[in-house]
Design a protein around this ligand. Structure first.
Ligand SMILES: C[S@@+](CC[C@H](N)C(=O)[O-])C[C@H]1O[C@@H](n2cnc3c(N)ncnc32)[C@H](O)[C@@H]1O
Length: 215
């Protein structure tokens, strides 16, 4: 199991409270966005760091979804709700740094609330680009550092937050990292959920296309 997945038994407390903790914002904001991001994806889809499976009920058009989750505590919960997925689904323990797919064999890669937590987002995105076919889609919904004064103190709080929130970083600028990783950003939407000063209030939702390998 990768280090980022924490102790050998996983982040058991985080896994136990995750769904309850996120329920209000999930219902009001994240759920509909998950549906619009992952619902239309077709072909073979990798859902990286699938957690407890919040995206599962929203897949509608994919031929196959592989839900990757290296943390055993999260993965147990994910595996317990596979029947909520309406398309063929496989659960896999691989992490973002070594995706279980050959070059150019995947139609879409999904990151939701996970590029904040993977230890090396540049590597994760390089892996996504490797496995995606030319023109393949990357979709993401992530909390980010944002700007202005909230960004200043998110950067200050990031090391402490990472220790208490299973490695989650508050100081990432995910849209910029995706752009730098060789993706064309097709749509980028920034949104604020709840009070602007809240640690995870600033989100980015994006759709991107894997550029041809020669670029
Ligand atoms: C905040 S949760 C988000 C879960 C889910 N994607 C969602 O939208 O609710 C972050 C997830 O990233 C997973 N994770 C941590 N390190 C990872 C890595 N290196 N590769 C893949 N997933 C990882 C964690 O185990 C956790 O399930």
């Amino acid at each position: 199991m990768p280090d980022s997945a924490g102790p050998a038994k996983g982040h058991r407390i985080f896994a136990a409270v995750y769904d309850r903790m996120s329920a209000p914002v999930e219902q009001a904001v994240l759920g509909p966005r998950r549906a619009s991001l992952v619902g239309p994806l077709t072909g073979r889809v990798l859902d990286v760091g699938a957690g407890t499976g919040a995206n599962l009920p929203h897949y509608r058009a994919a031929d196959e979804v592989v839900a990757l989750e290296p943390d055993p505590a999260m993965r147990r919960r994910l595996a317990a709700r596979t029947d909520e997925c309406r398309v063929p689904l496989t659960v896999d323990p691989s992490g973002a740094d070594a995706l279980p797919a050959t070059d150019g064999s995947v139609d879409a890669v999904v990151f939701t609330l996970v590029l904040c937590t993977v230890p090396d987002p540049v590597r994760a995105l390089a892996e996504a680009r490797r496995v995606l076919r030319p023109g393949g889609r990357l979709v993401a919904l992530e909390h980010v550092v944002g700007d202005g004064r909230p960004a200043v103190w998110r950067r200050r709080l990031a090391p402490l937050w990472s220790r208490i929130a299973a490695g989650c970083r508050l100081d990432r600028d995910t849209a910029a990292t995706v752009g730098a990783a060789g993706f064309t950003l097709d749509e980028v939407e920034h949104l604020t959920v709840g009070p602007a000063w809240a640690p995870t209030a600033r989100l980015v939702q994006l759709r991107a296309t894997a550029a041809p390998a020669s670029r």
